[in-house]
Design a protein around this ligand. Structure first.
Ligand code: PLP
Length: 397
């Protein structure tokens, strides 16, 4: 048995199979990872939009190890010096308000939903209107907000108070909002839903509708935030400001941390005792996030995401024009998808065999989320593998 096979056997015997993982990865650096057999891969998934500054960025590694030796955790019963610094930083990058810290995307969305309900409780407004094909996480409330029944099957009944409108269809949102609606929840770019960017008219229309109705606009920035789309946050591409938004994934570049930023209307709705999270915004998590943000700023990665997107997209479009199975290329910034005329799974497998990590989503989309530090050479290499994989795939059947 190889070492990889050993690990896989032990995993399958002992870990609940919520995932069906591929190879055993043991090391990462920048945009590359290595498996236990020493094979190198180009990581165009980046932990599903987590490693925005790349694997093991030395500044993030140093911040985490320094802080780990100083103070890891104190509980939120005491102040820690890094949490307010991180909150101030996130506000300065996004909008006026205050932050709440937690550990994951689902927990951040759960916090948004609870915040919206508490805000709406005086007017008996509790419903959350979210979008078809959205993804908001796996806790029961986040799952109820997720507008894809495939994730909900077997877990019914879903908690009440969730309604769905068609993404990118303002009339549908208008028809779904009622006098019970507290908030409309939307992703600027649907990631799990197939890398589908919102239309500008739609985002601005939702903002206007929420203003007219006196309800909240909430954005889920868990996948599209932190520089991924060429702006710090996805909604900034649309010239709208939500009432609150959630972040997680790339916030700690692999160190688990989630957060919500809540605007002035919401920033003092939660009072002591109303909501909490043991690990939210620990010194260690805050140090990781502060270091990550610092790297993004120092290395100009937000603007770089836009530049590298143009290069990558152009290459993908060229490939698309030569291959009938490719219907279109879509996305925003370094969130790009190849839309195929059939399931993407096999193509993703072939790309992996050739050393390129991506993921199939919404059945027919091969999704790329490279780290924002990605180089021109790595983009060229990924394009070559993509083209070779399409050819190999077409030759199969
Ligand atoms: C990944 C994701 C989540 C859930 O985040 P977890 O950290 O896995 O709980 C929520 N919303 C979006 C848009 C995501 O991509």
């Amino acid at each position: 048995m190889t070492y990889s096979e050993d690990v896989i056997t032990m995993h399958q015997a002992n870990v609940i199979p919520t995932y069906a993982p591929g190879m055993v990865l043991v090391k990462g650096s920048g945009a590359k990872v290595w498996d236990a057999d020493g094979r190198e891969y180009l990581d165009f998934l980046a932990g599903i939009s987590v490693l925005n500054v790349g694997h093991c960025h030395p500044s993030v590694v140093k911040a985490i190890s320094d802080q780990a030796g100083k103070l890891m955790h104190v509980s939120n019963l005491y102040y820690n010096e890094l949490q307010p610094k991180l909150a101030q930083k996130l506000i300065s990058l996004s909008m006026d308000g205050k932050c709440f810290f937690c550990n994951s995307g689902a927990e951040a969305n759960e916090s948004l939903i609870k915040l919206a309900r508490l805000w709406g409780s005086k007017q008996d407004r509790f419903e959350i209107v979210s979008m078809t094909n959205s993804f908001h996480g796996r806790t029961l409330a986040a799952l109820a907000a997720t507008g894809q029944t495939k994730y909900q099957v077997g877990f019914e009944p879903m908690p009440p108070g969730f309604k769905y409108a068609e993404f990118n269809d303002l009339e549908s949102v208008k028809a779904t909002v009622s006098d019970k609606t507290a908030a409309v929840l939307v992703e600027a770019v649907q990631g799990e839903g197939g890398i589908v960017p919102a239309d500008t008219d739609f985002m601005q229309g939702v903002r206007q509708l929420c203003d007219e109705q006196g309800i909240l606009m909430l954005c889920d920035e868990v996948q599209c935030g932190m520089g991924r789309t060429g702006r710090w946050f996805g909604f900034q591409n649309y010239d709208v400001v939500p009432d609150a938004f959630s972040i997680a994934k790339a916030l700690g570049n692999g160190f688990p941390i989630g957060a919500i930023v809540a605007g002035p209307k919401l920033s003092d709705v939660f009072q002591p005792g109303k909501h909490a999270s043991t690990f939210g915004g620990t010194p260690l998590a805050s140090a990781a996030a502060l270091a990550t943000i610092d790297v993004i700023e120092q290395e100009g990665l937000v603007a770089r995401a836009g530049e590298k997107s143009a290069l990558f997209r152009k290459g993908l479009e060229e490939i698309a024009s030569k291959h009938e199975r490719v219907s279109s290329i879509r996305g925003l910034g370094l969130m790009l998808g190849i839309v195929l005329d059939r399931p993407a799974k096999r193509l993703v497998e072939i790309m992996l065999e050739k050393g390129l990590i991506s993921i199939a989503t919404a059945d027919v989309v091969a999704r790329f989320l490279p780290p924002l530090i990605i180089s021109d050479e790595d983009i060229e290499a990924a394009l070559e593998i993509t083209e070779a994989s399409l050819k190999a795939w077409e030759a199969e059947e």
